[in-house]
Design a protein around this ligand. Structure first.
Ligand SMILES: *Cc1c(COP(=O)(O)O)cnc(C)c1O
Ligand SMILES: [Zn+2]
Length: 416
C-alpha cells in the first residue's frame, strides 16, 4: 500500500503510519477519527480518466489504486458499485429545475449504499486475517457486512437495535450472521459493539470509527463524476445520519480535485430528519460538535436515526468546506417523497433514501437552488427494505388498491 502515506487525526492533525494505529487517534480515543492520506502523484501515474474509460470492471474496484487495499488482495465476488445515474427530467420540471439526476444505490447487492463500505471492511479484515468481524448498525450497514461476509465465508457478529425493520433483520439471519438484537437505541448498540470488539479482538467495521469506511463510500463520488463525463455536478443531495456517507462523498471529491480530474467542488447538501437533526442544529447554530451532547433521535427514516452522529467532524466539514447546507425535513415530507420519487423517476426508496429527494423539494421551494444547476440526488436504500413505511406513505397520499370480484361485471363497476 505505497499509495497510502498515513492516517491523519481529524481532531489534532497528527499523522500516523497505517501500521502504527488500528482505528482511532490514541490521543483522542473513540472520537479521534482518522482520515486516510494518499500520494496523489503516484496514484495519478497508475490511474487516469483514460484508463478508466477503457476499463471493463463496472464495480468499485475499477478505482482500486484510489482505495486503501493492497493491489493484489482478493475482493469479494458480489458486484458492489457502478449503480445507475438516471436523468430525471420530470422530477426536475416539477420543481422548476432543468438538470436533476437520481443515483440509485438501492441497486447494490444488499440493497443499500452501505455495501460500498462493507466491501472494503471485508477485504481489510481478510488482509489482517481477522477471524470475526463485527458492526453495530441501524440495519443496512449490518446487512451489507453480513452479505459481503457470506460471499467470502467470513464469520461475523452483528449488533442492531431491536426496533430495526424486519426486512433488514431477515437479511442478517438469512446470510447466517450471529445477530444480537440490542434492547436499546442504535447508539446503545454502537457502544456495546465497540466494547465487544475491544474485549474479544474482533475486526471492527463501525461507522465513524474505522477510518476505511469513508474510503469505500467515496466511490459514489467517483462514479457520479465519471458518469457525468468528469463534469462535476453543482450539488449533491444526500441524507445524513452518522455522517459517514456525506463525509465519504466529500473525500471522493477531494481526491478527484487533487488529481485534477474535476475542476470544481460540488456543494454537498446534507438532509436530516427533523427528529434526528443533530448536524442541522450544529451547522445552523455554529455549535462545537466536540462538546455538543447527544440528542434524542426519533424518525420514520430509521437508517438516519442517530442521537450522536459518529462521523460528525467529517460530516460538518463536508458541508462547510463545499459551501453546501444542511436541510431539515419532517417525517411527513419524507413519507411524501417516497411515492413522489417513485412516480417521477421509477426509483423506489426506503425512507432514508427518499429523504435526499425531500431535501431537494424543500431547497427548490425555499429558493436555495437555481434552475440551471446540475443536481444529483442520491438514493441510499431500496424501498423494499421498509415496506411498512411505503404503505403508510401511499395511504397518506390517498392511493389504495381496490377489491374486485373475479368477473367482468365487477370490473365494470370501476371502469364503466
Ligand atoms: C446509513 C444510511 C444513511 C446515512 O448514512 P450516514 O453515513 O449514517 O450518514 C442514509 N440512508 C440509508 C439508506 C442508510 O442506510
Ligand atoms: Zn488526535
Amino acid at each position: 500500500m505505497d499509495h497510502v502515506v498515513g492516517l491523519k487525526c481529524v481532531i489534532c492533525g497528527k499523522t500516523y503510519r497505517a501500521d502504527e494505529v488500528e482505528y482511532v487517534c490514541p490521543d483522542h480515543g473513540d472520537e479521534g477519527i482518522l482520515d486516510v492520506q494518499y500520494d496523489y502523484d503516484l496514484i495519478g501515474q497508475r490511474l487516469t480518466p483514460g484508463n478508466l474509460g477503457a476499463s471493463t470492471d463496472f464495480t468499485i474496484w475499477r478505482y482500486k489504486p484510489l482505495l486503501p487495499i493492497k493491489p493484489n488482495s482478493p475482493v469479494p465476488p458480489l458486484a458492489v458499485g457502478w449503480t445507475p445515474l438516471y436523468p430525471a427530467p420530470r422530477l426536475a420540471a416539477g420543481l422548476g429545475l432543468k438538470h436533476v439526476w437520481v443515483k440509485d444505490d438501492g441497486r447494490q447487492p444488499t440493497a443499500s449504499f452501505k455495501d460500498r463500505a462493507s466491501a472494503i471492511a471485508v477485504v481489510n479484515a481478510q488482509e489482517k486475517g481477522a477471524k470475526i468481524v463485527t458492526t453495530a448498525s441501524t440495519g443496512n450497514a449490518a446487512a451489507a457486512l453480513s452479505g459481503l461476509s457470506a460471499s467470502v465465508e467470513q464469520e461475523n457478529v452483528i449488533f442492531v437495535p431491536e426496533s430495526a425493520p424486519p426486512a433488514k433483520i431477515a437479511q442478517l439471519l438469512t446470510f447466517g450472521s450471529t445477530v444480537l438484537l440490542v434492547k436499546g437505541t442504535y447508539d446503545d448498540a454502537f457502544e456495546l459493539c465497540l466494547d465487544a470488539a475491544k474485549e474479544y479482538g474482533w475486526y471492527n467495521r463501525n461507522t465513524g470509527y474505522n477510518p476505511y469506511m469513508s474510503e469505500g463510500k467515496k466511490t459514489a463520488a467517483f462514479e457520479i463524476c465519471e458518469q457525468l463525463g468528469w463534469d462535476a455536478p453543482d450539488r449533491i443531495f444526500v441524507s445524513v445520519g452518522d455522517g459517514c456517507i456525506i463525509g465519504g462523498l466529500h473525500k471522493g471529491l477531494k481526491d478527484l480535485y487533487a488529481l485534477g480530474w474535476i475542476d470544481k467542488m460540488p456543494k454537498l447538501m446534507g438532509v436530516q430528519a427533523a427528529g434526528s437533526d443533530y448536524m442541522y442544529q450544529a451547522w445552523q447554530n455554529g455549535e462545537d460538535i466536540l462538546t455538543k451532547p447527544p440528542i434524542e433521535a426519533a424518525t420514520v427514516a430509521d437508517s438516519i436515526s442517530a442521537g450522536l452522529p459518529r462521523d460528525r467532524i467529517k460530516a460538518l466539514a463536508a458541508v462547510t468546506e463545499t459551501d453546501g447546507a444542511y436541510i431539515r425535513v419532517t417525517d411527513d415530507e419524507i413519507l411524501q417523497a417516497i411515492p413522489a420519487l417513485a412516480r417521477g423517476s421509477g426509483v423506489f426508496a426506503e425512507p432514508a433514501g427518499a429523504t435526499a429527494y425531500a431535501g431537494l423539494v424543500k431547497a427548490a421551494n425555499d429558493g436555495l437552488v437555481s434552475a440551471e444547476e446540475r443536481i444529483v440526488v442520491l438514493n441510499t436504500g431500496n424501498g423494499l427494505k421498509d415496506v411498512a413505511s411505503a404503505m403508510k406513505a401511499v395511504e397518506a397520499v390517498g392511493t389504495r388498491a381496490r377489491y374486485v370480484a373475479p368477473n367482468l361485471e365487477s370490473l365494470k363497476e370501476i371502469f364503466g
